[in-house]
Design a protein around this ligand. Structure first.
Ligand code: CAA
Length: 257
């Protein structure tokens, strides 16, 4: 399907989504958010896709929500449409989603990247929540999800002063899982995506679900949820295959069942 604001393509078993509004540094307007949701729906519904990579350009993953689109909004419009709620579609994706970030990931761009399961950044990546400079505050999870990744001190610093964080600091702070050389970003993200997609789809989906429970519940409940989910894996063909393959010193042939 042809999109206007994104490019979506299959790369083997990985779905690659490129945010594509170069003239606006991939500012996230409503059309882009709708198209992103459609592309996620399609990849998620395809059993042959085991992981999704979301990326932007070298200059910008995304420079935030589209300021020009939202500047004239009234309170009633924002409230009635529940503005920014649709952005959360990506957090409901059941298969793993990697953000591959180069250049600016600001405001909503930083929030969208953080909604993915993990972030691989190029050394040029810049993360920030500059909304305070516009007379507003983050609205797509910046004060909440960021705090859960990098803690109160750095979240307050970023949200209150609007200062940016480079890739090295973002990795140190725990926002980014790894930093790779500029130019290698998409290849490295696709390599990680290929690895995930080569594994048992139900196992990666369940592992993702269990990690996410850690952010929603107590440790005791989370550990119990994990153990129950682990027990359920003994009902899968892929558990039998994976463990037999190890014992027989061969590679596993997962059937996603
Ligand atoms: N919305 C709309 N358009 C944007 C945009 C945004 N968030 N960011 C950049 N653009 C547009 C610029 O207006 C410019 O368009 P024109 O050529 O038509 O003038 C084009 O993209 C290129 O941008 P610049 O000329 O500004 O490029 P630069 O290299 O000089 O600066 C930048 C890059 C520092 C990222 C700067 O563009 C900038 O500060 N952008 C805004 C960042 C921001 O404030 N983001 C937060 C948005 S609010 C939000 O996201 C709320 C939320 O929580 C969801």
């Amino acid at each position: 399907m042809a999109y206007e604001c994104i490019i979506a393509e299959k790369k083997g078993k990985v779905g690659l989504i490129k945010l594509n509004r170069p003239d606006a540094l991939n500012a996230l307007n409503s059309m882009l958010i709708d198209e992103l949701a459609q592309a996620l729906d399609k990849f998620e519904a395809n059993d042959k896709i085991g992981c999704i990579v979301v990326t932007g350009s070298e200059k910008a993953f995304a420079a935030g929500a589209d300021i020009k689109e939202m500047q004239a909004k009234t309170y009633m419009e924002a409230y009635k449409e529940d503005f920014l709620k649709r952005w959360e579609r990506i957090t409901h994706c059941r298969i793993p989603v990697i953000a591959a970030v180069s250049g600016y990931a600001l405001g909503g761009g930083c929030e969208l990247a953080r909604m993915c399961d993990f972030i691989i950044a190029s050394s040029s990546a810049v993360f920030g929540q500059p909304e305070i400079n516009l007379g507003v505050m983050p609205g797509a999870g910046g004060t909440q999800r960021l705090a859960r990744s990098i803690g109160k001190a750095k979240t307050m610093d970023m949200c209150l002063t609007g200062r940016n964080m480079d890739a090295e600091e973002a990795e140190r702070a725990g926002l980014v899982s790894r930093v790779v050389k500029e130019g290698n970003l998409v290849d490295e993200a696709l390599k990680a995506g290929d690895k995930i997609a080569s594994l048992s789809r139900p196992a990666t989906m369940m592992a993702k679900e269990a990690v996410n429970v850690a952010f929603e519940t107590s440790l005791a409940e989370g550990v119990r949820f994990e153990r129950r989910m682990f027990h359920s894996m003994f009902a899968t063909d892929d558990q039998k295959e994976g463990m037999s393959a190890f014992a027989e010193k061969r590679s596993a042939n997962f059937k996603n069942s």
